[in-house]
Write a protein of this length. Sequence first.
Length: 148
Amino acid sequence: MTSNKFDSEELARRLAATMAKDSGDWKEIDPRVQWCFDIMDWEGQEPVSWIGYHAPVAFGTAGGAASFIMRNWTLRRPLSSGIHMTLAGAVAGTLIMHRFREWRSKRAQEDIRVMKHYIMTNPEKFIQPERKKFGDKEVFLDWYPVRN
């Protein structure tokens, strides 16, 4: 039995086949949208803080270990009994959250690829905004002094 619906993997594969993989695949960027790509350029550095990078793995380690400690507490056993299971839970939590961090990073990269592809295929929708200068009436709001 065949269906007309694509599963998500097939849809992702077809989208990736029709889309450029990265900005390196585009030999020339349309000058009308160059400003968009300049805004999205991170110059080789992803804007991720130290906490944002290490926190998921740390919480995975703590959560994996805490799950077995809570199990011992609910069964009214000594908290340090079955320490090998606690260590295994910590390792499992670390590995799971490391994979989660990699998945989240790949998903963010895919979103950026989709945005870049859309910008490259529809440059007429991305008109460069007018640059505003300090002192323009639109930059500063009227100021009324409030005195008591």
